[in-house]
Design a protein around this ligand. Structure first.
Ligand code: NAP
Length: 277
């Protein structure tokens, strides 16, 4: 197929060099015998709309959106899915009959990874989320759809945690982890949705909240997930990183664009693990 006939996809962010999305989407496409190109686009911090317009004007069919533009993407699109509306963020854009549509696949990716790849089911489980930023907000509605016993939030900045509670309490039992009585709380699943693994500061996890069989899941992967992984190992807890979620959210985007659900294989996970470690 000639270069100009290739289906064009992209991921837009800033920074963008680290993104594994091209590798994942090209793997899916090759596996399914689809010819496509998938490039990384670094948009200026104040230039997200221009970058999207240019990409689609030049024949782009769909794009992913990553940090720090997921909220800009929500504001940019003309129509969005229910999940995108609840989370206020968009990571998948496509155009249909001149209209830009936005969807949010992070939450679905997270749940798919837990259920399909880790055989862990949220129903009736006690969930703790460390962090109250975009990633935390992105997964909470999808977690509620699976009927957990409760969700608690633990975050450095109280006001930010409080905003998350206010936003999502309509969906179910969600509250701030009471720092005075932490040891009274036990959790089946503790999710690191902070970006603190990336910093050189010590990684802080509340004490006394784990039981035998508790699961630690870091939405980050590679070097950024090392601190939580080491903590889990030291405390003999099961640990998963966010690579599985990354692949599953990409699979969902691919499905939205191409109408075919790609095969998520262990081989792809291991290939990416080798790149990130
Ligand atoms: P964000 O919106 O910037 O939020 C960052 C969160 O981390 C906030 O809650 C912030 O607390 C907290 N934080 C930052 N530095 C901290 C520190 N030194 N100590 C304690 N807390 C700290 O970022 P985000 O979009 O939510 O992303 C969070 C992580 O999720 C990133 O590592 C990202 O790569 C990952 N992620 C992974 C996937 C995937 O597919 N696997 C998808 C999305 C995101 P304050 O409120 O106090 O500032």
């Amino acid at each position: 197929m000639a270069e100009q006939e290739l289906k064009k996809y992209a991921v837009i962010g800033n920074p963008i060099d680290h993104s594994l999305s091209p590798e994942i989407h090209k793997h899916f496409a090759k596996d399914l015998g689809i010819d496509l190109s998938y490039i990384k686009i670094k948009a200026n911090l104040d230039g997200f709309p221009e970058a999207v317009n240019k990409f689609f004007d030049e024949g782009g069919l769909g794009c992913n959106v990553t940090l720090p533009f997921k909220q800009n993407a929500f504001d940019y699109v003309q129509q969005s899915s229910e999940l995108a509306k609840i989370t206020g963020s968009v990571n998948t854009i496509y155009k249909n009959e001149g209209i830009f549509f936005g969807d949010s696949t992070d939450g679905i990716g997270f749940i798919s990874d837990l259920e399909k790849n880790k055989d862990f089911y949220i129903k009736d489980k006690r969930i703790l989320i460390l962090g109250a930023g975009g990633a935390s907000k992105g997964i909470i509605p999808s977690i509620f759809l699976k009927k957990p016993s409760s969700i608690k939030i633990y975050n450095r900045t109280y006001e930010n945690a409080n905003k998350v509670i206010e936003k999502f309490s309509i969906l179910g039992d969600i509250s701030i982890l009471d720092k005075e009585n932490i040891e009274k709380n036990k959790f089946d699943l503790v999710i690191n949705a902070t970006s603190q693994g990336m910093s050189s500061e010590n990684f802080e996890v509340p004490e006394g909240i784990f039981e035998k069989g508790s699961i630690c899941y870091d939405l980050s992967y590679g070097a950024a997930a090392k601190n939580f992984m080491n903590f889990a190992k030291e405390n003999q807890l099961i640990f998963y990183d966010g690579l599985g979620m990354l692949i599953e959210q990409a699979a969902e985007s691919f499905f939205i664009w191409e109408g075919i659900r790609p095969n998520v294989t262990k081989r792809l996970y291991e290939k990416l693990l080798a790149v990130t470690n």
